[in-house]
Design a protein around this ligand. Sequence first.
Ligand code: FES
Length: 568
Amino acid sequence: MADETGIRRGLTNYGDKDFAQYLRNSFARSMGLSREMLAKPIVGIAMTPSSFNNCHRAMPELVDAVSRGVLAAGALPMPFPTTSLGEVFLNPTSMVYRNLMAMDTEEMIRAQPMDAVVLIGGCDKTVPAQIMGTLSAGIPAVQLVTGPMSTGRHRGERLGACTDCRRFWAKYRAGDVDAAEIATVEGRLATTAGTCAVMGTASTMACIAETLGLSLPDSAAIPAVHADRLVAAERSGAVAVDLIRKPIVPQAIVTEKSIENALRVLMAVSGSTNAVVHLAAIAGRLGIPITRELFNRISDETPVLVDLKPVGEGYMEDFHAAGGVGAVLHELRHLLHLDTVNVMGETLEQRLSRPLEWVDRKIIRPFAEPVSPVGGLIALEGNLAPEGAILKRAAATPSLFETEGRAVVFEDLPDLARRIDDPALDVEANDILVLKNAGPVAAGMPEAGYLPIPKKLAQKGVKDMVRISDARMSGTAFGTIVLHVAPESAVGGPLAAVRDGDRIRLSVNEKSIRLLIDDAEIARRLAGLPKRPLPKRGYQALYARTVQQAPDGCDFDFLAAETTSTHP
Ligand code: FES
């Protein structure tokens, strides 16, 4: 059989294979690659540097280190660019473009001649996009993350993006911090290369990638500027070469069992709500369902073990020094599927047979002495969210867990921006704020679910209220916030029926969210609502017509495996 590896893979179609090979070799030689080099197996390096992505600032040296590892292990490294998504530089929201990046990653892996790939991502949407793409492309792959930022300092206090960004902004809105100080703080929140410094979405996804087995053991939390980050990059290159010799494809690593392990770690690290959407999309690529029942069972069985912001005290650099994902896995061992495998080809049981060097118990608690006895996230359901909603109970105010209140409704994001600080807004501290039309189809599901406390209440010292929307919220945010309500209001979800003054009941105990109106009245109101027009051209049209709801991970319907499921 003809050798179709390395530079001989997937020849360009000219109708003459030999000519195609000759032409490709000739053009590859123009890059200064010798025949000996071109005879080697190829490891593609999906790189994502961009001046619009601060979190990937260290990408060039990571690419160099991966290349070094690939070369030393006997293969040819071939870096190639894909879409890069810098969270705060994209309009209307990076979430719209995660699937574009996933498609780009999948197609560029498939279209170009490589035997394995190292994916380098970091910022929130990039790692899920790379995992989704590589699962569909199906060649051996190693995920490397850029790593978290280190903290800055302000008047003796440590600061880290972006929980402290929000904390200081809330103080500024309440009048406790003046314009001069907020301008100073602006320059002290994000002071190094790397992803947000807390257990936000990027760090949660890094922990999930490691737990799934797609990243090297103990690599998720290494700070972006630490020398060990480069060592991990070098090793990732070498492991990718090993994977060519003993092929383990990502679909053999990401399984129902490793997804369950990832859900456990998500709960134990009190990870981001966004990771629920991304994990559903990742599982959806393989047709693996994550039901609300499974999600809540795992949440109820799995304590929060990690004391990091936005919920607790520490930062990602502390988590790394404390023992990282490995220490969490050791604590959860009796709940995990130990026969899952990682990119090294070792089972989780083999990984956990290595003793830990040391664990900082201030940051990573023993199973028997958790930060909280139950997991950080729960899935809600009820007549306001027939297909589910998410609440980060670890970041919520316990006194608001059982709340019945009057709805104060904002029709969409412009309406929210226009009225939230209006002194005439009819709102009390025990009301429930509702935002409509911020779901995947209506608005690309921006991180707008963290509705600001109305200024007049913030100035009276109100710190938290129940807030409900079909939007997402930043993994670095906190509060009693019901998110991802599905179906979203723009596609006829009951959220669209809520009016000012309606009563809503949230019960964390019952894991329910209910609009206290009878079903016939909800149906009557929904029937009277106008249909929203969809974009007609380009990617926006493709997005709006094919994006699925949050419980299915907001993946495009034509990219997910052919399975229907009931996710959180
Ligand atoms: Fe990139 Fe937070 S902005 S991880």
